[in-house]
Design a protein around this ligand. Sequence first.
Ligand code: ATP
Ligand code: MG
Length: 366
Amino acid sequence: MIIKRIALNGFRNYDFETAEFDPGTNVIYGENAQGKTNLLEAVYMLAAGKSFRTRFDKEIIGFGCDVAEILADVLSHDREQTVRIVMKSGQRKQISVNSVKKTASELSGTVTAVLFCPDDLNLIKDGAAARRKLLDNAISQIRPRYAEYLTEFNRYYENKTRILKDWREKPSLLDTLDDFSDGMCRMSAQIIRYRASFAARLNEEAAPIHSEFSSAGERLDIVYDTVSTVKDPTGSVKEIYYDLCDHLEKHRKAELESQQCLTGAHKDDLIISINGQNARSFASQGQTRTAALSIKLAEREIYLDETGEYPILLLDDVLSELDTKRQEFVLNRIGGGQTLITCCEDEGISKRTGGRVLHVDKGRIR
Ligand SMILES: Nc1ncnc2c1ncn2[C@@H]1O[C@H](COP(=O)(O)OP(=O)(O)OP(=O)(O)O)[C@@H](O)[C@H]1O
Ligand SMILES: [Mg+2]
């Protein structure tokens, strides 16, 4: 999976600009606030159909512009395709591949990308939401249905949350509570099954990378943690659904009292341990960083397995956060696929990896 060239029109601080990429490493350097992350954001959107920085497309439209457009030629399995995304204020974004209209979740079949930014280095110490986000972003790209279940789940969750919050003032709201609870259980059952199997693969792929990476050959374990009554999260959707209904039944009163949703996939987590100890509580900063790197690199291997090609790897400002040993490890492992690396100075990365150097200066790429 390779992006050959991109044209940005009214996208963030890019008025109208084009860039050509090397199939290997691309080092994108420039001073602060020149548009490096914006460029990565555009490439990421080609894969995910959405930004990693904002939920609001209108923020992406360049100041003073009416429309933002991303146009890109991508190459996958020897087939070149043109992806176009157009965002207009107050309208749904339009996505097309070779002029055929697509939804955001259908894009995953055309472009895949793994993003790695400094925030990801805190993946293990952060709250559970960060790890759910990792699962959601990763699975959505290889399983378009998952993204749909997730959207549906969020809709039920938001409605149910509102009912639980307001039912005391407006008891008639409770008439629809059961429907939303049931919808949440149905969607949760689907989501849980996908997450459980992805977590198992992440565990398989990340453990050897982490072991190779850590000097003492540490053992990394990733275990999926979901609603307590779910006996087998990799089992059938029906069984998971019944287990969730069980939990719901037992917590019905508690939900009304606490005014919070207590049953569903919104509380899932990944329990990450190093040498048998919970990493979130016990691991050192170096250990958690190594584990986070291993998990991100594992994501790339899973995509390769799934699609037969490495995804585009987007490293936003991450190398400068790493010591030389970890930098070397990452740079040595990224061969085989296309990588876009942003940094403030071209710290000789291109000399080590080959490839192209692009200089970004006030929304111009050279
Ligand atoms: N919708 C928009 N229209 C125009 N400019 C925007 C828009 N959104 C953000 N910008 C501008 O884009 C500029 C560059 O942002 P970007 O995050 O790409 O910088 P960067 O090169 O990655 O910098 P850093 O090294 O600090 O991370 C910022 O000055 C910001 O004000
Ligand atoms: Mg940046």
